[in-house]
Design a protein around this ligand. Sequence first.
Ligand code: AP5
Length: 218
Amino acid sequence: MRIVFLAPPGAGKGTQGALIKQQYKINQLSTGDILREHKEKKTDLGKEARIYMDAGELVPDDIIISMLKEEIQKDSYSNGFLLDGFPRTIPQAEALDRIFNEFNLKIDAAILIEVPKHELISRLSARRTCRQCGASFHLIFNPPILPNICDLCGEALFQRPDDQKETILNRLKIYESTTRSLVDYYSQKGIVNRIDGIGEVADVFKRIKTVLESVKQN
Ligand code: AP5
């Protein structure tokens, strides 16, 4: 199964992606996570990406497309994958179509998790992320068992620099002005599935599972 997430920042792509990965044994390919790893390691790509990411801006298409193309060819994605955070622009979606054509692949479903803006702001403002395994928590809705320690790997949690209020607002603005147009792009292909992203994490996952079960049968 090959799935694309179209949700705005904070809608729960990372959270739901981890559950999909576990349930369907497909790998989650998060361009944000890959970029953060480059930032951590201070690679040339990481140093360049940092300027955009910390300001809540999109990393330029040419950089992100070549990174994605290299990543997607790894053996770990041969069973299928969930694209989390890519594409985010029309040129990225067109590049993805070309890559899929080249490798004879098809996108089975585009999942749009819908969450109102005020809730996105509240989710991102109190998010804490694990530097080691990338798991994300919320101080109120989904708190770690021990304060500031990751339940999954025991590492310390931190607040992402782009989870500051002004930067969150910029990310949401860019989603509306640029990324939301992908909903039309994939609607024209007849593969968009809208999911109500409000409610418990497990309830949202149930809704996504209903969609994916029907995708699996086709
Ligand atoms: P990226 O890492 O992709 O960030 P994002 O899209 O902004 O998404 P987030 O990771 O912030 O949110 P999420 O939807 O995964 O939510 P989560 O599950 O964590 O990208 C970061 C940056 O990298 C971009 O700004 C850009 O600079 C660059 N970049 C990446 N890809 C790029 C591309 N293709 N092109 C150009 N630039 C690119 O959940 C959020 C919070 O809500 C958590 O605290 C969680 O615990 C909580 N939560 C989750 N579900 C629920 C629920 N049901 N109820 C209550 N709380 C919940």
